[in-house]
Design a binder for this molecule. Structure first.
Ligand SMILES: *Cc1c(COP(=O)(O)O)cnc(C)c1O
Length: 418
């Protein structure tokens, strides 16, 4: 049996406009520095699974217990993925079906909470996530969300405030994790508070689970009732979500993913998740995870030397937040000036930000993509210098020169080289 898979000619012939978009996007990501902390470049093996005929199969249910016939082949993919996730994370149970990180979170709310119940989570402006109880999300519309933040003195999670709020509001669930937390999280402290008030502890590890998989930072799995995550950030798999949990919650969470929240699973994506989990269990991936952090520290130090203040004073992970107030530039301006030079990053609110989120006083940078390209600490120093010049270049007079520096770096470390 040989592989039957799509070729790019098929797309070009059927739909030249979309084929053009696909080519333009490849050119865009190859020709600039991608420093969005939540992005990465997934492998050819993962992309092959994603672009396979597994996309066609309806497989509502779980392996061995499907609502459709003909699932015996795709069952193997999901079983492999579940076994790999349990092994990699030392977890009792895994569910690979959530379509995204937000869907995984929705399933956890569905499993443990009823509408109106109280949840305690990190506030969005201090680094949380939309699905952690903001008013624009189901989580804040249907549930009573109470938020802890970071302490003003060290800008790290305010564990005292979190404990006090838990004692006062007796939440049914406590969420740890977020999208702009540069430091390690004290999962044990969260567990103790959850036990004291009788709450479920959910860790949203969307951002950092890849660093856990690569054994570069401590794991939340021993402490949490359930850990949700995305598979497309540092973990470097296909776009999607996943959760791992304690055995006692397995049946409840499986039912919440399907049929409570979702219909048929994306079997091509589940197969691709299984591939990514296999890749993440290798020594090469562990080297990668360590290098992501080493690069993040080097990049953050370099940006500090350019006059940008690292929030919390630095980073332990793949991302950092930089406060630009000291150099009199807004996050919005910085994002635009960097984009003009081929450096892709995002503006980001910093804790206690005086600016509205659409302007923001900071930027967020991450190293998963550039590390996948093979860049190391020396390259990070160069990138920091280029960002510094771009951000302070208020009349765009140095843009062409900075662009040359970017070109040299991406030429030396091309993305999707072959
Ligand atoms: C990225 C992220 C999510 C959501 O992931 P999507 O796949 O975009 O839905 C959830 N929680 C946190 C903390 C995230 O960073």
């Amino acid at each position: 049996m040989t592989f039957w898979g799509p070729s790019f000619d098929d797309l070009q012939q059927t739909d030249p406009e979309i084929a053009g978009v696909v080519l333009d996007e490849l050119t865009r990501l190859r020709s600039g520095l991608q420093l969005i902390a939540s992005e990465n470049f997934t492998s050819p093996a993962v992309l092959a699974a994603l672009g396979s005929t597994l996309s066609n199969k309806y497989a509502e249910g779980y392996p061995g217990k499907r609502y459709y016939g003909g699932c015996e082949v795709v069952d193997v993919a999901e079983e492999l993925g579940i076994a790999r996730a349990k092994e990699l994370f030392g977890a009792d149970h895994a569910n690979l079906q959530p379509h995204s990180g937000a869907s995984a979170n929705l399933a956890v709310y569905g499993a443990f909470l009823n509408p109106g119940d109280t949840v305690l989570a990190m506030s969005l402006p201090h680094g949380g996530h939309l699905t952690h109880g903001t008013k624009v999300s189901f989580s804040g519309k249907w549930f009573n969300a109470v938020h802890y933040g970071v302490a003003q003195h060290n800008e790290d999670i305010d564990y005292d405030q979190m404990r006090d709020l838990a004692r006062e509001h007796r939440p049914k669930m406590i969420i740890a994790g977020g999208s702009a937390i540069p430091r390690l999280i004290d999962f044990k402290a969260f567990r103790e508070v959850a036990d004291e008030v009788g709450a479920i502890l959910m860790v949203d590890a969307a951002h950092f689970i890849g660093l856990v998989a690569g054994k570069a930072i401590p794991s939340p799995v021993p402490y949490a009732d359930v850990v949700t995550f995305t598979t497309h950030k540092v973990l470097r798999g296909p776009r999607g979500g996943m959760l791992v949990c304690k055995a006692e919650h397995a049946a409840k969470l499986d039912k919440a993913v399907f049929p409570m929240m979702q219909g048929g699973p994306l079997m091509h994506a589940i197969a691709a998740k299984a591939v990514a989990l296999k890749e993440a269990a290798t020594p090469a991936y562990q080297d990668y995870a360590r290098q992501v952090i080493a690069n993040s520290i080097a990049l953050t130090d370099g940006l500090a030397a350019e006059g940008m203040r690292p929030v919390t004073g630095g980073t332990d992970t793949h991302l950092s937040l930089l406060d630009l107030q000291g150099i009199d530039v807004t996050g919005q301006q910085a994002e635009a000036r960097c984009a003009a030079a081929g450096i892709v990053l995002n503006k980001n609110a910093i804790p206690y930000d005086p600016q509205p989120p659409s302007v923001a006083s900071g930027i967020r940078v991450g190293t998963p993509s550039v590390t996948t390209q093979g860049m190391t600490e020396g390259d990070m120093k160069e990138i920091a210098g280029l960002i510094g010049r771009a951000i302070k270049d208020d009349d765009a007079s140095a843009a062409a020169d900075i662009r040359q520096g970017v070109d040299a770096l991406v030429k030396a470390h091309p993305a999707y080289a072959r």
